[in-house]
Design a protein around this ligand. Structure first.
Ligand code: ZN
Ligand code: ZN
Ligand code: FE
Length: 765
């Protein structure tokens, strides 16, 4: 099948023979499309077989002209356009060049070479950078991007640096963060009280020593502090978990080399490209099932994947070169709070976590976490969009010049700003549930207003009245509009995939405020450019305790069983075994009086209920944990599914009663969890296929946190494509609530608002 890839390349790619190179390569590979220069580099569209396009992407990076330097490389896949030849097009005239603030870029090969060269004046200097690499977004204070508008403004360039900075033939011509050991920032090692123990290169030696000893250090990086410890020693990792209050959510790892990653994980070519890319994200990789000494079991307990990255700052390179072992490198915070960026703040907030602090005097202007990606069916899927990608825009097919601001959701919040066709998406901010997080959220909003110097005409927000972001939007004196959460999910996926016309949107997640004020999360919409019809949902069940149920899958199980069997639900062993006598008393009253038992159609909660019935998780400590564990349990070789019913009472309503009945029978007859979980997943896949057939829309758009489940996502894509549907899923924007802000803007642009949504649900039979 012919598909089309759109590749945006930034860096020194103009006037270095890049366009003729691409022209030749495309013709050699018999690809059609075009290349043109634009305001930030070059834009390429190429059409051909998916496999050839994958190879094209790899060849560009490997064979690029000697003088070119790539500092950003984003690509996504779309439907074919029908190009019949490959052309070099005239460049676009773009007046708004300055509006593009570039992301932080991993250290380039030339700088690594100099840093390792004892004869170079920047030998082992941890702030080496050039026009092709180094910090950008994390140091910009205002536009235009000049040294005086960055956090480097307090460092006066020495004559040697000034000479390079002023010389158009130098690699550091106008490199704003230019620095050297004479004039630039330096590192220091502090103890827990902020006393300097070592400085300059000795501080890095000391860090290596401390990590080897099993100590936990807070290390100031590009977009904030990491907490770092040896990934090999169980004791250090357990220690970090206890201090960070992170019971078993996986930690990200930094490996010294690609080869050392390959000893532990499977790495395909696209994954390798990502690991070595200037964006240098955390890539989720499948673990090899061989025992390894380099990674403690406590890094990602029970998880078949590891989140890994390579060193991306000069400091990381110096550290990893000497250490030669993988380390945990996790955002420095307590649970889901924003990452720490300032020394004094770090000393204060991390005093009970880190034994030592590796700090430096180049201020970080704004918090930017590491980005997280995975590869799904040969395409990149963004899970957390931050360093390396933010604040690059997603282009909308929009003719309106309205300036729109979106405040996003509550969890995994990000914000977005639309200027012209471009939607500038902020970095991942976090869950707006702590003071630290709401402060960070307000800072990013101020930040965007100052950086882009625009006043929005419209603010878009979630329909949920209690979200911090919603209330914040309501306190700004600008016209605002609410977009229903699950519509925003679909609109974001539709927008980034440039899906035109009518489609079936499937929006499954943990929770979102419905138009009928119940909790949605298993929704189907027929959605085009002007209208949106709520066309399908799941049978609802009560969630005893409301919010608490999110952290206790056992409550979803109880709600489900109660909806099926009334009071006799309490006789089931899953309830008997997992609630105390006192709890059962309270819950019985709660459910029979319907107090604090909101109704939900959430698929996320259905996953929770099944995970509880299978005794996989009764309580969880991070979002999506039970569903993740249920996914990991599923056998890959089971093809059977459970029976389900779909009713049509003004909306298609999926009834899960038979699923749960048959599942309970399996449990009673001792069927293995791996089989039951697979059958449950297969059932959800069949439900999607059946509804797709019933509604007969050719295009199917998948969004919401549930589609981070690869068993579900892969299964749905395969089944739908076998049946000739066109399936779209997320590539550049997260499927989770990190994508909500883009969706809010896209939905408001499509004139879809909640009043256009036909909705008759929430009525119980
Ligand atoms: Zn460089
Ligand atoms: Zn200097
Ligand atoms: Fe959501």
């Amino acid at each position: 099948m012919i598909s089309r890839t759109v590749i945006s390349i930034r860096g020194a790619v103009q006037g270095v023979g890049f366009r003729p190179f691409i022209f030749r390569l495309a013709n050699e590979m018999k690809l059609n499309g075009y290349i043109k220069n634009n305001s930030i580099g070059v834009l390429i569209e190429a059409e051909g077989e998916k496999k050839i396009l994958d190879n094209f992407i790899i060849q560009i990076r490997e064979k690029k002209p000697a003088l070119s330097k790539i500092t950003g490389f984003e690509f996504s896949f779309f439907e074919k356009n029908g190009y019949t030849s490959f052309n070099i097009l005239e460049s676009e005239e773009t007046p708004e060049t300055s509006a593009f603030i570039l992301p932080d870029i991993a250290i380039c090969d030339a700088c690594i070479r100099e840093m390792n060269d004892p004869a170079d004046r920047r030998y082992i200097y941890p702030f080496i950078n050039c026009t092709n690499c180094g910090p950008r977004f994390s140091i910009v204070e205002a536009i235009p991007y000049d040294r005086k508008n960055t956090t480097m403004k307090t460092f006066k360039m020495c004559p040697d640096c000034q000479k390079e900075y002023d010389n158009p033939n130098d690699r550091r011509y106008h490199a704003q963060p230019i620095a050297c050991p004479v004039c630039g920032p330096h590192v220091e090692m502090w103890d827990g009280n902020g006393n300097v123990i070592e400085s300059h290169h000795n501080a890095i030696h000391k860090l290596v020593e401390l990590v080897k000893e099993g100590k936990i250090a807070a290390v100031k990086g590009i977009g904030g502090f990491h907490l770092v410890c040896d990934a090999r020693g169980d004791e250090a990792v357990i220690n970090l978990r206890e201090r960070k209050h992170r019971i078993d959510k996986p930690f990200a790892l930094m490996f010294p080399t690609l080869e050392s990653i390959k000893e532990v994980c499977y790495v395909n070519q696209i994954e390798e490209t990502l690991l070595r890319a200037p964006e240098s994200p955390i890539v989720l990789l499948k673990r090899k099932s061989v025992p390894v000494k380099s990674v403690s079991d406590f890094c990602a307990p029970g998880n078949p994947e590891l989140g890994v990255m390579l060193p991306y700052s000069p400091l990381h390179h110096l550290l990893m070169k000497e250490l030669k072992n993988p380390i945990i490198a996790t955002s420095a915070n307590i649970s889901e709070e924003p990452i720490c960026i300032d020394e004094l703040e770090a000393l204060n907030r991390l005093k009970n976590i880190a034994d030592y602090f590796l700090v430096h005097n180049r201020p970080v202007k704004r918090q930017i976490d590491d980005s997280v990606v995975r590869v799904v069916k040969g395409k990149v899927m963004m899970l957390r969009r931050a360093r390396g990608y933010a604040p690059l825009p997603i282009e909308l097919e929009s003719d309106s010049n309205k300036i729109i601001f979106a405040v996003g959701g509550q969890l995994k919040n990000s914000i977005a700003l639309k200027i012209g066709k471009n939607v500038f998406l902020s970095q991942h901010i976090g869950d707006l549930e702590t003071q630290e997080a709401t402060k960070a959220f307000a800072n990013v909003i101020d930040d965007f207003r100052i950086l882009y110097k625009v006043e929005p005409e419209l603010i878009v927000k979630d329909l949920h009245p209690d979200y911090y972001s919603t209330k914040f939007a309501e306190n700004i004196n600008i016209k605002s509009k609410s977009i229903q959460h699950h519509i925003a999910h679909i609109a974001s996926c539709k927008a980034e995939n440039q899906v035109k016309g009518c489609c079936l949107g499937i929006s499954w997640d943990g929770t979102g405020y419905g138009i009928d004020k119940t909790i949605w999360g298993g929704e189907f919409f027929r959605i085009d450019d002007v209208r949106c019809e709520h066309i399908g949902t799941f049978r609802q069940f009560p969630l005893p305790g409301g919010e608490i149920a999110i952290r206790e899958p056992r409550r979803s199980a109880l709600g489900l069983l109660y909806d099926m069997y009334g009071g006799s639900a309490f006789n089931y062993s899953v309830i008997q075994n997992n609630f105390s006598f006192e709890e059962i008393n309270v819950l019985e009253k709660m459910l029979s009086n319907r107090t604090n038992c909101p109704l939900t159609s959430s698929v996320g909660r259905l996953f929770d209920a099944v995970a509880s019935i299978l005794n996989i998780n009764q309580k969880i400590n991070f979002e999506g944990q039970a569903a993740m564990n249920l996914e990991f349990t599923a056998s890959a070789n089971e093809t059977r599914a459970y029976n389900y019913y779909i009713y049509n009472d003004s909306i298609f309503r999926i009834d899960w009663q038979t699923i749960i009945e048959e599942l309970l029978m399996d449990v009673n007859s001792g069927v293995k969890n791996s089989i039951i979980s697979a059958k449950f997943h297969n059932t959800l896949i069949e439900i999607i296929l059946e509804l797709a057939k019933l509604l007969n829309e050719e295009k199917i758009v998948l969004s919401g946190g549930c589609f981070q489940n690869t068993y579900l996502l892969n299964g749905v894509i395969e089944k739908l494509e076998q049946n000739n549907f066109k399936v779209y899923w997320h590539q550049r924007v997260p499927a989770n609530d990190g994508g909500i802000s883009l969706g809010q803007i896209a939905a408001s642009e499509l004139i879809i608002d909640n009043y256009n949504v036909k909705c008759k649900i929430g009525i119980r039979k």
